[in-house]
Structure formats: structure tokens, C-alpha cells
Write a protein that binds this ligand. Structure first.
Ligand code: NDP
Length: 290
């Protein structure tokens, strides 16, 4: 079977990696980008540069979008709404689940099918078998293009709700950004005490490697709604995060992150969870006021 041709719109680092990978795997690729100069190296490799969005959409049924966010998606697609009919849009741009659901309806009104995607890896990992992307939306459209999308990364289809892929992506990025920020906070503390990031690295790594054990234990708590204080007590945790806050204050560095952590723990204490596990903080986090 001949390889499905594809249009890729958006040539930031991610879109460029995607186009290169499609070309390497023998797919015909049409590209469009607001800044056409970013297509030059890809055209040299065999991509066809469309001069308008309309031309890019007309070239193929499968349209992969790799744009900054959904504002950019509308800014591009509204240039050629009449060219959308019959297209399958694999929208690998990041945004919220709600915006993904709106975009699916918007696409449907224009006669197109919207598949939401959330790429889990950075551009150098595109084309690598261990990489993965969350997808959600109409299963039949996904099935039709699954093998082509799998040229980019593995495909983890999360369901027909178009918001789900975005939700999984944002959930994953919640862990990523807060973990990285915690690392930088750790480094700021180390540097204030004459210890470099390199010296701290093995200890940061050790702590992250212990995380799967904690995640598994506490996932059981939060799914069951029971927070036994047999291994840890929230009161102990609250004292610990206060020590952390004071350590960072004494070091003369930002306390913004430790302060918000301590605030959440104390909300749990105020809610009466002192003798429960700190997994009881899920009850605080489920409310919008936390
Ligand atoms: P960039 O923001 O660097 O580039 C995205 C593209 O969006 C560019 O082609 C840019 O065009 C275009 N764009 C932005 N605003 C507009 C607009 N108003 N009108 C037309 N075009 C616009 O993003 P990346 O390439 O890094 O990433 C693309 C998507 O992939 C993002 O949603 C990102 O969250 C997601 N992602 C990225 C990862 C990464 O590590 N880079 C990892 C996982 C997901 P122009 O060139 O003209 O500026």
C-alpha cells in the first residue's frame, strides 16, 4: 500500500521534526507556515511548500497541525474555512480540554473531523519508537490514519471525547513543570549554600526514582477515598513543609513555591485531616478555593 500523503501546518521545532520524519519514512508532505522561510530546509529535503493555507488544505485529506496553541489554529484555519470540508485534522497543538472540545465542534461545522493530539515528547524524540502521543476523537478517523500518525510517535488513543487527549497531556505536564520547578528551587537553595546543581543531581535523581513507589501507594488512597495515617500523618507533613519554607527563607531565596506548598498542607490541617495521611490533601485540591 502506498504511504498516505500528509499536510503539516506549523513549522516550529516540533513541526519541523515531524515533517523531516514523514519525509524520511517516504511520505509525500505539503507544508505551510506563517513564516515561510522556516520551510526552506524541509523543501530541500523534498517537502512541497504551499503558498496559501487554502492550497495546503487542498493538497491532502490528512492535515497535521503543530501550532503554538488553539488561537494560532483558528488564526490559520480561518484563512480558508471553505477548504476544510472533508479533511481530517490531527491537531497536535497544545491547549485545554475545553478548547479541544470546542475545536471539534468548530471543525464539524466546517465539514471536517478533528482528532485531538497531545505529543508527550520533545522534537528530538519524534520518530523514535519509545515516544508516544495521546489521541482522542472519532475512532474511525483515528483508525484510518493511525499508521501514518505512528510514523511520528506511538499512538495512545484515550477515547472519543475530544477533550481527553488534551486532559492527559495537561495532567502529564502538571507533573513535568512542577517537578522541574522543584528541581530549580532545590538548586537555588544549594547554590545559596555553595552547592552546585551537579553536586545535587544524584540526590534529586534518587528522589525521583523513589516516586513510583509513592505514586502507587497513594493512588490507592485517593481512588478509595480513604487516607489512613498508618505510614504518614498530615501533621508530620505540615511540620516538614514548614521546615522547608523556613530553610528557603533563611537562605534569602524565593519562598513562593515552598509557601504555596505549606499553604495547601495547612488547609488540610484546618479541614481536620491532621491524623490522616497527607494523601487527604486530595480533598483540598478537589475544591476550587485551594
Ligand atoms: P512553537 O511555538 O515554537 O511553533 C509553533 C508554530 O506556531 C510556528 O510555526 C508558528 O509560526 C506558529 N504560530 C504561532 N502563532 C501563530 C499565529 N497566530 N498564526 C500562525 N501561525 C502561528 O511551538 P513548537 O514547534 O515547539 O510546538 C508546537 C506544539 O507542540 C505546541 O502546541 C507545543 O505545546 C507542542 N509540544 C511541543 C513540545 C516541544 O518540546 N517543543 C513538546 C510537546 C508538545 P511562525 O513560525 O510563523 O512563528
Amino acid at each position: 500500500m502506498s504511504k498516505q500523503p500528509v499536510t503539516v501546518i506549523g513549522l516550529g521545532p516540533m513541526g519541523q521534526a515531524m515533517v523531516s520524519t514523514f519525509l524520511e519514512q517516504g511520505h509525500a508532505v505539503t507544508v505551510w507556515n506563517r513564516t515561510p522561510a522556516k520551510a526552506e530546509a524541509l523543501v530541500a529535503k523534498g517537502a512541497v511548500l504551499a503558498s496559501t493555507v487554502s492550497e495546503a488544505l487542498a493538497a491532502n485529506e490528512l492535515i497535521v497541525l503543530s501550532l503554538t496553541d488553539y488561537d494560532a489554529v483558528y488564526a490559520v484555519l480561518e484563512q480558508a474555512p471553505d477548504a476544510l470540508s472533508g479533511k481530517v485534522i490531527a491537531n497536535l497543538s497544545s491547549d485545554t480540554p475545553e478548547r479541544a472540545r470546542e475545536a471539534a465542534k468548530w471543525a464539524e461545522r466546517h465539514g471536517a473531523v478533528h482528532i485531538t493530539g497531545g505529543v508527550q515528547v520533545p522534537p528530538p524524540m519524534i520518530g523514535k519508537p519509545e515516544s508516544s502521543t495521546y489521541y482522542s476523537g472519532p475512532k474511525d478517523a483515528f483508525d484510518k490514519y493511525e499508521s501514518t500518525l505512528k510514523v511520528l510517535t506511538g499512538a495512545d488513543f484515550r477515547g472519543e471525547d475530544p477533550g481527553l487527549a488534551a486532559m492527559y497531556y495537561q495532567a502529564q505536564m502538571t507533573i513535568f513543570w512542577t517537578t522541574m520547578l522543584s528541581f530549580y528551587q532545590m538548586v537555588a537553595l544549594g547554590q545559596a549554600n555553595g552547592v552546585s546543581a551537579k553536586e545535587l543531581l544524584p540526590y534529586a535523581t534518587m528522589m525521583t526514582q523513589m516516586m513510583p513507589h509513592f505514586l502507587e501507594l497513594y493512588a490507592g488512597h485517593v481512588d478509595s477515598g480513604e487516607y489512613p495515617g498508618d505510614v504518614d500523618r498530615l501533621a508530620m507533613g505540615a511540620a516538614s513543609v514548614d521546615h522547608i519554607l523556613h530553610t528557603h527563607k533563611d537562605a534569602g531565596i524565593s519562598t513562593a513555591l515552598p509557601a504555596v506548598v505549606a499553604e495547601i498542607f495547612h488547609k488540610g490541617m484546618d479541614a481536620g485531616f491532621a491524623d490522616n495521611s497527607f494523601s487527604s490533601l486530595i480533598e483540598v485540591l478537589k475544591k476550587p478555593s485551594a
